[in-house]
Ligand binder design. Structure first.
Ligand code: ADP
Ligand code: MG
Length: 273
């Protein structure tokens, strides 16, 4: 059997809080405890859980932006947190991240061209013409125009800004994209557009997603498999259809109950039965 693209093994992260008193132990938060899962290349895993359940902590550990207290994160079988700095920098082109807030995560003083090619610069120097070509190509992939390259983030709507963030994540042609609440700041109608775009990009580029959301409906849209995170632990995992129809854990049932009822079907075309 081939090695999964991503293997997370028994991952834990404890945060030490400032002491409340001069004496005595510093209080700790167990943000993540004993979390394990694998994702095969080209598949999508959803992580759902309420605020504070450890989702962003998990994203930061998978992206090697933070170190685990215990456990391992393997990409192609290599432990990211054990890689020497140079090799980690090289490995970074294989995984990129999309954050919740498309405005906060895009530098307002930089043009779209600068923003979307920034991950290439981090990999080494790149010629201006090549930079421009790659920026135009990646912008086209997310449904924006090359004339948008000279604009600034404030000239776009929230949905367009998240397309720019997705373009930036795509520019190194990563194998894994970690998306932490990528549509939570968007109107529901725009959410579906961005999720459909992510789906199309997966079909086109074979990218693998780790999609994080507090909303089971969002991960259902995109994911083959969903892990339910509660207080830093995975309490249930399975295909979203199974979780909707037959959740085993009471917490999963509460998440299912929080999903608004499906929209009534659109009226049928006039003249047809
Ligand atoms: P989520 O993304 O699901 O809302 P987080 O991963 O942000 O959850 O947080 C999980 C828990 O860890 C929370 O209790 C949060 O307060 C705590 N936490 C997260 N980051 C830190 C930090 N840097 N220092 C201390 N506690 C933190
Ligand atoms: Mg979070």
């Amino acid at each position: 059997m081939s090695t999964p693209l991503l293997q997370v093994e028994d991952l834990a992260r404890t945060y030490r809080l400032p002491r409340e008193r001069l004496r005595g132990p510093a209080p700790v938060v167990h943000a993540l405890q004993g979390v394990s899962f694998t994702i095969e290349a080209g598949r999508s895993l959803g992580i759902v859980g309420e605020s504070g359940s450890g989702k962003s902590t998990l994203a930061r550990l998978v992206m090697a932006l933070d170190r685990p207290s215990a456990g391992r994160v393997l990409m192609d079988g290599r432990d990211l947190h054990q890689l020497p700095a140079g090799e980690l920098r090289q490995a970074r082109r294989d995984f990129q991240m999309v954050f919740q807030d498309p405005y906060g995560s895009l530098d307002p003083r930089q043009t779209v061209e600068r923003i979307v090619t920034e991950p290439l610069t981090a990999q080494g120097s790149i010629a201006g013409t090549e930079r421009h070509r790659r920026a135009a190509e990646v912008l086209d992939s997310v449904g924006l125009r090359s004339s948008d390259l000279a604009k600034y983030p404030h000239e776009f709507s929230g949905g367009q800004r998240q397309r720019i963030a997705i373009a930036r994540a795509l520019v190194t042609r990563p194998r894994l994209i970690v998306a932490d609440e990528p549509v939570s700041a968007l109107d529901v109608s725009v959410q579906a557009q961005v999720l459909n775009l992510m789906q199309d990009l997966q079909a086109e580029f074979g990218v693998t997603y780790l999609l994080i959301s507090h909303d089971l409906a969002v991960v259902h849209h995109l994911c083959d498999d969903v892990a339910v995170l509660r207080e830093g632990r995975i309490v249930e995992q399975g295909p979203p259809e199974r979780l909707f129809a037959d959740a085993q854990h009471p917490y999963t049932r509460a998440l299912v109950a929080a999903v608004p009822r499906a929209q009534p079907p659109a009226p049928s075309t006039p003249g047809l039965p």
